[in-house]
Design a protein around this ligand. Sequence first.
Ligand code: NAD
Ligand code: ZN
Length: 369
Amino acid sequence: MSQHMRAAVVREKGGEFKLEEASIREPQDDEVRVQIVATGMCHTDMICRDQMYPVPLPSVFGHEGSGIIESVGPNVKNLKKGDHVVLSFGYCNHCTPCTTGHTTYCNEFYERNFSGADEEGNNALTDAENQPLHDHFFAQSSFAEYAISRESNTVKVDPSAPIELLGPLGCGIQTGAGAVINSLQVRPGSTFVAYGGGAVGLSAIMAARVCGASTIIVTDVVDSRLTLALELGATHTINSLKEDPVARIKDITGGGADFAIESTGRPEVLRQGIDALGKMGTIGVVGAPALGTDSTFDVNDLLLGGKSIRGIVEGDSIAQEFIPKLVQLYQQGRFPFDKLIKFYPFEQINEAAKDSEQGVTLKPVIRIG
Ligand code: NAD
Ligand code: ZN
């Protein structure tokens, strides 16, 4: 049976998230329908609302959903009604990247997360006039009271963990932590820089501490974020508006950093990150500017320094494995990502977006159910 619900719909480029009556069909095949408890808001929701990534409108965004399974399709194997789950990104599970354990580079990643429909171009949602709404955003569209996801991108979590907190593990937090733990494999005793101390950058800092990095530097332009970074494990902070990050980082690290991630999405900051790497250092590119954006680097500096630049999607996470590990680290007090979160009621979703864009709130989480 289809289910009536409220969903936040974006109908025009840069427009508001508008709470509307909508319907969602029942789960089919290997799908589950999840009653959403809360959904984190990530910069990528805004990028798509503003059409820097051209997801078709009208659309229901939201891609850090957590909740409780309400019903399951006939071919679901390991999940059941009542399970507590976190929803993560979609992938096909049969292309070469997927079958070799690299689901974040699935050949169909863009289509399965940003096309506004399922693989056949169908929608699961309709609006009050019975017109289709674009959905399947990150294989979930969780700014809504219910969401459909597949078994493959639905991660069962410990029911004793606070489910309303866990949604951001599905994207932003898994991205920052995974970039450090899975992609860069930051070593004990090494030096690490996070360019940008937003939700992704601060998650990277907490992870760098878990990995045992001895020098953990963060750059940002908002002082309150730098102060919080110190609480989460940073050893040094740099306000890039007040001092030159490249010179300062070379000074602190004695020549340049071993590891870095760029999460501001700004090409000039990526350039700083490459310049401030030490010999054989690696920078992970995580921040997403508009499609088509170029950046520059000094070729001989890269060559003679043996430096590496690599793109990273979702922290190279195998969500089914990685998210429960992050929950465990959180429960042990070693990954206090709750310090980034501020809750908003569903009716205040636009305030949440504004607070996030103005740097007031690091990780808004919208309470839905
Ligand atoms: P955010 O807006 O919270 O963080 C960005 C931070 O950069 C802010 O704190 C901002 O003050 C800071 N900043 C701006 N200009 C700066 C400068 N010149 N120097 C230093 N810091 C500066 O966003 P977020 O949620 O942390 O996401 C970060 C980026 O990662 C976004 O572009 C998002 O789209 C992207 N993202 C990528 C993936 C992926 O898989 N690659 C996943 C999630 C998010
Ligand atoms: Zn995201």
